[in-house]
Design a protein around this ligand. Structure first.
Ligand code: UDP
Ligand code: MG
Length: 313
């Protein structure tokens, strides 16, 4: 697709945001109309089950800057962002949430940084107002993950960011079905800089994250960008094997000098449980990777569009 110079595309994934989306568009358009930046807003309705799409269509009738893409069902935020990127016509793209947790006031500053030559301007939030426990877990998680994988992730650096055209092309060129965008952004590299803002709490609606989905996301982060869990299985197996050989030697020498002693129930059970547990764990880890190969090999599209007002050029 041909893209426009000095043109900004703002991508906002929306899933069941009927309560807040109107206000989001108001605030954003007021902010943008106040600047003299050419822009479009692409709202990607990720299969919402409420009135989100109706509100988006109405907004698009009234406002020439508003575009929408509506999915056939809920495909997840990662797919929504990809759809937005693939349909963006600007040479600058900003991705932001549609719940006003990503303050639009930062946009001029992000554009400014981009003009200074940065390909990715990341708006990082602090964690003020978050629960103590989630701050703690997040800290631990980033420490472990950054130790394990070869791209670096930063706490607070989410999806709110400006991407240059070449960064967008790079993200689109990664065709994996299972998209872990924090990792993808980091993998792309180019010149990056960060600006910081105070954490905003959601005004309307509720967060789409449950504990289970967060856990899943966390595991995704570890697995999609490295194979060291597999290496972990090798180490674990190796250690257990060494210990078993030493123990066998010990028993053998004992038998040679003291004869066979029969009672050994505890040790037998202990070894059976230990080894079978380790085997199951390793199989599980391998299985997780095999499962991913299975899904990637299907090459299914990341999303299906049901309705849009964006015309293909
Ligand atoms: N979102 C989406 N698809 C989903 C879940 C969420 O497009 O399946 C959108 C949602 O509408 C919002 C953004 O992704 O604009 C972030 O979601 P949310 O606010 O629930 O996450 P949080 O801010 O709590 O991390
Ligand atoms: Mg939110």
């Amino acid at each position: 697709m041909k893209y426009k110079k000095d043109f900004l595309t703002i991508i906002a994934p929306c899933f069941n945001e009927e309560e807040g989306i109107g206000r989001f568009l108001d605030v954003l358009t007021r902010q943008m109309d106040g600047s003299n930046q050419d822009y479009e807003i692409i709202c990607v309705d990720d299969g919402s089950r409420d009135r989100t799409i109706d509100i988006l269509k109405k907004a698009a009738e009234k406002n020439i800057h508003c575009r929408y893409i509506s999915f056939s069902r809920n495909f997840g935020k990662e797919s929504a962002m990809l759809a937005g990127l693939e349909h963006a016509s600007g040479d600058m793209v900003i991705i932001m949430d549609s719940d006003l947790q990503h303050p639009p006031e930062l946009i001029p500053q992000m554009i400014q940084k981009h003009k200074e030559g940065y390909d990715q301007v990341i708006a990082c939030r602090d964690r003020s107002g978050d629960k103590k426990s989630s701050i703690f877990f997040a800290k631990m998680y980033y420490r472990i993950v950054n130790h394990l994988i070869n791209v670096q992730l930063q706490d607070g650096a989410g999806d709110y960011r400006l991407l240059s055209r070449r960064a967008v092309e790079a993200i689109i060129s990664m065709r994996e079905t299972n998209r872990f965008s924090k990792g993808l952004f980091s993998w792309v590299g180019y010149k990056q800089t960060a600006i910081y803002y105070k954490n905003q709490q959601r005004l309307e609606g509720e967060s789409k994250w449950s504990f289970k989905s967060l856990l899943r996301y966390g595991i995704d982060g570890i697995i999609s960008f490295n194979t060291s869990p597999l290496m972990g299985c090798v180490y674990l197996g190796g250690t257990l094997l060494t210990i078993s050989i030493l123990y066998l030697l010990y028993i053998f020498i004992n038998i040679v000098f003291n004869g066979i002693d029969v009672p050994g129930y505890f040790t037998t059970i202990a070894i059976i449980i230990l080894t079978s547990g380790t085997q199951l764990l390793s199989l599980g880890i391998i299985g997780e990777y095999v499962g991913r190969i299975y899904f990637e090999s299907k090459r299914r599209p990341a999303y299906l569009i049901m309705d849009t007002n964006i015309e293909d050029e």
